[in-house]
Ligand binder design. Structure first.
Ligand code: ZN
Length: 357
């Protein structure tokens, strides 16, 4: 059985956003309605902690009713950030497996299509070393959860020793598991930061040929639609509003027009033009690109310092965190990183072919 899909009203991908569930899980649908989102992503639990609250049955029923009445979907749950299936710490590994399993069960109860998660970081042990453990852990999650939900690997930005930032690593994890319930979420910001150039049409098409070969275009079920604050191949995970970043309108136009992305659900995870998270304008831009309509007016991007002070509380916190992390010197040289990655990859070199990172 495959996850239920909401009927496609438009000629192109469904365009939605990550929305808050603060209070009760069904309020996510109220936020989706306010935004005009055609689909949405939510957290099943607070993303920075292991402890999770149980959602009362009436809230779950209300979620299902509102989603059906509003025609919002397919929807997704984003797993907690602490999960690391490549960790050497067995207790940490088990917590990640339990958390993913709980999210999969919640997804099924809510009628949500799947759970999107970051596989994690091997912390220097290498991808080949971690692969059997990752596959075993994901198989366990699939075995212990209802079969009407997908487990979706999200591509990483290539930060540090993160796994699955290249299409060949994602493909190898999928091959090792051998389940048609394992799908992929393509984050445009992460792909660009990992060295896949979305702004050059030839390069992008080559990258997607590689995606199809390693992963299979039909397995692309979700898109995190984010522009990037950092350069191609930076290895950094800094989301930007659509049109304000280094991918720009040109890159986003390439992606949304590509046939592999047509049936995937698009979800924004951007800071928002007013700093309050995904907003109507970001959604409008994506819809205009999808429908071949004139773009709405996009405000000129303020310099980074002004953007910080114009933001709301939560955005301020995240930009402060990002600023603390940012190095004063120029970004890490992509060439060095590519060499290091190539050396770690003993059996496959295909990932570096279309990557400029
Ligand atoms: Zn993402």
């Amino acid at each position: 059985m495959s996850p239920a899909k909401t009927s496609q009203a438009t000629d192109g991908p469904r365009i939605g956003a990550h929305v808050s569930t603060a209070g009760h899980i069904d309020v996510a649908l109220d936020h989706a309605k306010e935004l005009g989102a055609e689909a949405m992503q939510i957290f099943g639990a607070a993303p920075q902690m292991w402890r999770r609250k149980t959602h009362p049955e009436p809230d779950i029923a209300a979620f299902r009713e509102k989603a059906a009445a509003q025609g919002v979907g397919p929807n997704f749950i984003h797993g907690v950030y602490l999960t690391n299936l490549a960790t050497a710490d067995s207790e940490h590994l088990q917590k990640g497996i339990d958390s993913l399993t709980a999210d999969m069960r919640l997804a099924s109860a809510l009628g949500v299509a799947g759970v999107i998660f970051h596989v994690g970081s091997h912390k220097g042990m290498g991808f080949d070393h971690s692969l059997p453990q990752i596959a075993k852990a994901m198989r366990q999650v699939l075995d212990d959860s209802p079969d009407d939900v997908w487990l979706c690997i999200e591509n990483n930005a290539g930060t540090g020793d993160s796994v699955c930032s290249s299409f060949d690593e994602i493909g190898r994890v999928m091959e090792a598991i051998g389940s048609d319930r394992v799908k992929v979420c393509f984050d445009t910001c992460h792909a660009f930061s990992a060295g896949y150039d979305l702004t050059e049409i030839e390069g992008f098409e080559l990258a997607m040929t590689e995606f199809d070969k390693e992963i299979g275009a039909a397995n692309l079920v979700a898109v995190h639609a984010n522009d990037s604050k950092t350069a191609l191949g930076s290895g950094r995970d800094r989301h930007e509003n659509i049109g304000w970043g280094t991918i720009g309108i040109t890159g986003m136009r390439h992606v949304i027009a590509h046939p592999a992305f047509r049936n995937a659900t698009w979800m924004l995870e951007v800071p928002g033009f007013e700093g309050g998270g995904p907003d109507q304008l970001n959604l409008k831009i994506l819809r205009a690109l999808r429908d071949g309509k004139r773009l709405p007016r996009i405000p000129k991007a303020p310099p980074p310092e002004e953007r910080k002070s114009a933001r709301g509380k939560s955005a301020k916190k995240s930009s402060a965190k990002a600023a603390a992390k940012a190095k004063p010197a120029k970004a890490k040289k992509p060439a060095t990183k590519a060499k290091k990655k190539g050396a770690q990859r003993s059996t496959s070199q295909t990932g570096s072919r279309t990557r400029k990172g």
